[in-house]
Design a binder for this molecule. Structure first.
Ligand code: SF4
Length: 640
């Protein structure tokens, strides 16, 4: 059978060579033309049929954060044109995504220059900023701004335009009864609410002959919002107005349903995408969200009416993800830590499993002139990622893992409830390393003599759980977080409440993850943390609410300013905010941080004259941070 991804398709006047596209992502380095161009170039070379840029605002009021690209400003012309040139030089195609944040704008904002919206209704995270209801002039100005932006896209050399009418941005706001309470020609019933989208599209269509796609929200995931029938009707109307393709997204930024996080099953939204595709037969429809690799894209195309699939984060994890079905791409683990979380705060994005993402010019991909024999000690995220980068560049890599399994802390994370995808990250690194001929050894802690044989050594031995002194009698079981996770399989069905009443000491991300994972094996759950910080504070804002939500749903107690004094005869004596308290307990789990585990004699290595670097948790275990660890590992090997 022909590979459904590799069948070219027609997008307006454009023949697109692959059905796997790189979906829209704010990179945070759009103002750096060479950097953006190099980032895109690798993805084109990796097989992306079409690059879709991050959303660029059609006017300054339409920026979501002050740092967003204002496409109407000539200041960004040169870097954006340079990025387009890079794509074309690599033989690729690039569409610019145009948007207006509407009431989501936190750009100019403020009381004297508020965001504009169909109706003066603030959003959940508006922090007191009240939008102003758009008048007839505003509406006309924004429609013209979209048209002007499309003309400008042509001048800058883009191959196509995508209008963002999704994610709860301005056009989407006009469509929804939640945000459009008008009763004039722009609101009052479904037909009038959809009019703004149609007028924008008509104006853009008149302004440019470039192929035109519209990204709509297949399901807003907001109770009381636009119905599926109204969304399908919108798709039909947009096609009538001249859209060459419909791209389907899901969820508003303020929706409480996870859409792309690790806990969302792969392919979860294909049903929504396919429903829209069925509503506009004969028009190209692009599906997206939680399709993670080439094979999943093949399956999605085979089992739906979709024309193409846009994937975004997997292109960060591996720029070559679209290379073909036989190629094992480094897997995106859905953590959001270096991509969406950074983008939320206007910081440049990268990737936990691929620290080169966004740094393609600084950390080039080419092969080294003089390959080294490199030993990597430890196969946690830092070790695996560094070994992979080194092997990709031609070094001869030997990876030593003291336990029987690869992955270190990432393997433990893969045992956390719903985090199975983390295991895919490990297995993809291991498969690629093997494919490149690296030597991978388990059950070995190399001594100095063995390491002295190498040209350079990377020490990435990771961490061990901190073991605080506890005053605990023999009535309860005491586990550290690692042993607790080893106990709990990722799929906890049928385990029963064998841990009884569980008390977890610790309030960080690991404690919360362990708590959520052990819920299925406990009859009650209490977490205690010193200090007044929130539980899981400082961890990913886009994912921490998943385990916290599980804990709240199970009525777990989360106690701040709490210390365990002692345990006697199944009673834990606590001090909570200065008050004595007792709870019944059968199992105590310690998840109160980690300490470096340096399983290599560094002095002896130095005496032997072998260049080495210590990275990741082995260097600093204060705050386990896999993004820092992988970046450190890759950079250290390049400096060795
Ligand atoms: Fe995927 Fe995490 Fe990389 Fe983002 S940082 S692309 S979620 S692996």
């Amino acid at each position: 059978d022909p590979d459904p991804v590799a069948v070219p398709w027609q997008f307006g006047s454009l023949r697109v060579p692959s059905r796997l596209l790189m979906g829209s992502m704010h990179t945070g380095f759009e103002r750096e033309g060479a950097r953006l161009g190099a980032f895109y170039r690798e993805r084109v070379e990796g097989g992306a049929g079409l690059i879709i840029t991050g959303g660029y605002a059609v006017e300054s009021r339409g920026r979501s954060v002050a740092d967003d690209i204002d496409f109407s400003s000539p200041e960004v012309d040169e870097p954006l044109a340079e990025s387009v040139r890079c794509v074309h030089e690599a033989g690729g195609l690039i569409a610019v995504q145009l948007f207006h944040a509407g009431r989501y704008s936190r750009g100019p904002g403020g009381p004297t220059d508020p965001p504009i919206a169909p109706t003066a209704l603030p959003w959940r995270s508006a922090r007191g900023v009240m939008p102003r209801e758009m008048n007839a002039e505003d509406i006309a100005a924004v429609i013209e701004a979209f048209a002007a932006a499309a003309r400008h896209a042509e001048r800058l050399g883009y191959d196509a335009v995508e209008i963002s009418a999704s994610e709860g941005y301005l056009i989407n706001e006009f469509c929804s009864p939640l945000t459009n309470r008008r009763d004039d020609e722009w609101g009052g019933d479904p037909a009038r609410r959809l009019r703004f989208a149609c007028e924008v599209l008509a104006a853009v269509r008149a302004a440019t002959r470039l192929p035109l796609s519209v990204r709509i929200s297949g399901d807003d995931l907001m109770p009381g919002s636009t119905t599926p029938e109204q969304v399908d009707e919108l798709a039909r109307l947009l096609v009538e107005e001249g859209a060459d393709a419909i791209s389907v997204g899901v969820g508003w930024h303020e929706s409480t349903t996870p859409t792309v996080q690790y806990s969302v099953p792969h392919g979860a939204w294909l049903g929504v995408d396919d429903r829209v595709a069925t509503a506009v037969p004969g028009t190209a429809v692009i599906g997206s969200n939680r399709v993670l690799n080439y094979r999943e894209a093949q399956l999605a195309l085979d089992s739906s009416s979709l024309t193409a699939i846009a994937i975004a984060r997997p292109f960060l994890a591996d720029p070559h993800v679209a290379r073909g079905p036989q190629f094992t791409a480094i897997a995106c683990i859905g953590c959001d830590e270096a991509c969406i979380d950074r983008s939320l705060f206007g910081k440049p994005i990268s990737c936990l499993v691929n620290p080169r993402a966004g740094f393609e010019t600084q950390l080039p991909a080419g092969r080294v002139a003089v390959p080294k024999r490199l030993a990597v000690v430890g196969s946690g995220p830092a070790g695996l990622c560094a070994a992979f980068d080194a092997a990709s560049r031609g070094h001869q890599v030997t990876l030593f893992e003291r336990s029987d399994e690869f992955g270190g802390q990432l393997r433990l994370a893969s045992l956390v409830h719903a985090k199975q995808d983390y295991g895919d990250g490990i297995s993809s690194w291991v498969a690629r390393l093997r494919h490149m001929g690296a030597t991978l050894l388990t059950g070995i802690e190399p001594g100095t003599e063995q390491l002295a044989d190498f040209d350079a050594v990377l020490v990435a031995t990771g961490v061990q759980a901190r073991e605080p002194e506890l005053d605990v009698d023999g009535s309860v079981r005491v586990l550290d977080y690692a042993s607790a996770l080893e106990l709990a399989p990722a799929d906890p069905r049928g385990q029963g409440a064998d841990l009884g009443r569980v008390l977890i000491i610790g309030g960080g991300g690991v404690a919360v993850d362990v708590g959520a994972t052990l819920l299925a094996r406990s009859s009650s759950m209490t977490l205690i943390r010193r200090g007044t910080k929130h539980f899981a504070a400082g961890t990913s804002p886009t994912t921490r609410w998943i385990p916290l939500g599980d804990l709240h749903a199970a009525n777990a107690q989360l106690l701040q300013e709490a210390t365990l004094i002692r345990v006697r005869d199944h009673l834990a004596y606590l001090e909570v905010a200065g008050q004595a308290r007792r709870i019944e307990v059968d199992t105590v789990v310690v998840a109160a941080g980690s300490t470096p585990l340096v399983g290599v004699d560094l002095d002896a290595l130095a005496r032997a004259g072998v260049p080495f670097r210590v990275v990741g948790g082995a260097r600093n275990a204060d705050r386990l941070d896999a993004v820092r660890s992988t970046s450190e590992g890759v950079r250290a090997v390049r400096e060795l």
